[in-house]
Design a binder for this molecule. Structure first.
Ligand code: NAP
Length: 290
């Protein structure tokens, strides 16, 4: 970090912009940031949902934002700076779940997952960076998923593709913006009790291929059975994120939940095992004269 940059101090009051803040984890993040004394620009496709979930507050601004719309992302950042004078923390939180076997999922459904959970964060981050660069400070938090570290079950191809994508996007961005005092933080939640697995947020591909029929029925039942039963408490995760954002040394990745920690460790070991599995062949691929 250059001498011209400044890091938010834990005691500083900062300006947060949260996407998907009308339902689910985004509401808890907005509440936790407000409770800590920060100003919050809560964004959602419908600002009515923000009013219902968060009410009104001097330090709260509700702004319409569909994250798939780059112009709306720019307008939201402008509104934040007009109202609060700066923008310190962006939380790319908005998300949905296109669930289904890859072969049964329409190309449109697959693409819509990438639009919302990969290009959504790309759009919002692109809109926020000029302001953060001018300030020489900022933090971009992106809610990825354990499915961005390892895809461990059926129905996850589109979701995991978007979450793996956002992992690469944020990791690649980190070194580019660090010299301007801008940090990135990826968050990989395990299962949290939000509305993600409800019919409002999860769309199942219509069964169409007999070879998959039994597994499709069983997998839909399994996912639906988890709705409302997830162990993770989104209010606790939101409080953890507000805490982490205030640290001098922030993690670039945060495993959210005991299930996430376990999955990180399993994946790390799997990568080591894969590196070792054909080590001699893997390391024998250079030109003979290299
Ligand atoms: N809950 C979990 O177990 C879990 C696990 C891993 C990762 N995550 C991630 O956590 C994030 C938050 O999800 P959640 O669990 O809180 O789910 P949720 O309860 O279903 O909430 C999703 C939120 O995203 C919004 N949204 C969806 N598409 C949008 C778009 N195009 N533009 C703007 N807002 C949009 C929804 O708003 P509308 O009301 O307009 O639909 C809603 O506010 C997501 O990125 C999700 O992938 C969740």
């Amino acid at each position: 970090m250059s001498e011209h940059t400044q890091t938010l101090q834990p005691t500083d009051k900062s300006v947060w912009l949260v996407t998907g803040a009308g339902r689910g984890l985004g509401v808890d993040i907005a509440k936790a940031a407000l409770a800590a004394g920060h100003a919050v620009v809560a964004t959602a496709r419908s600002t009515d949902s923000i009013d219902q979930a968060l009410g009104s507050h001097d330090a709260l601004l509700a702004v319409p934002l569909d994250v798939t719309d780059p112009a709306a992302a720019e307008a939201a950042v402008r509104a934040a700076v007009e109202r609060f004078g700066r923008l310190d923390v962006v939380v790319n939180n908005a998300g949905s779940f296109q669930a289904g076997f890859f072969e049964e999922m329409s190309p449109e459904a697959f693409r819509s997952q990438i639009e919302s959970t990969l290009f959504g964060p790309v759009n919002v981050t692109r809109a926020a960076l000029p302001q953060m660069r001018t300030q020489r400070s900022g933090l971009v938090i992106t809610i990825s998923s354990t499915a961005g570290i390892a895809s461990t079950g059926d129905f996850l191809t589109a979701y995991a593709a978007s979450k793996f994508g956002v992992e690469g996007f944020m990791e690649g961005l980190a070194t580019e913006v660090a010299p301007f005092g801008i940090d990135t933080m990826l968050v990989e939640p395990g299962f949290f009790r939000t509305e993600l697995l409800s019919p409002q947020s999860t769309q199942y591909a219509a069964p169409s291929i007999e070879d998959y029929a039994d597994r499709t029925t069983a997998t839909i039942q399994a996912w639906q059975g988890m709705d409302g039963q997830q162990g993770g408490d989104p209010a606790k995760l939101a409080a953890a994120l507000v805490h982490l954002a205030g640290l001098q040394e922030r993690p670039s990745r945060f495993a959210a939940g005991a299930d996430a920690v376990e999955l990180f460790e399993t994946k790390a070991q799997a990568l080591i095992d894969q590196a070792n599995a054909h080590r001699e062949l893997s390391t024998s691929l250079a030109h003979d004269n290299a």
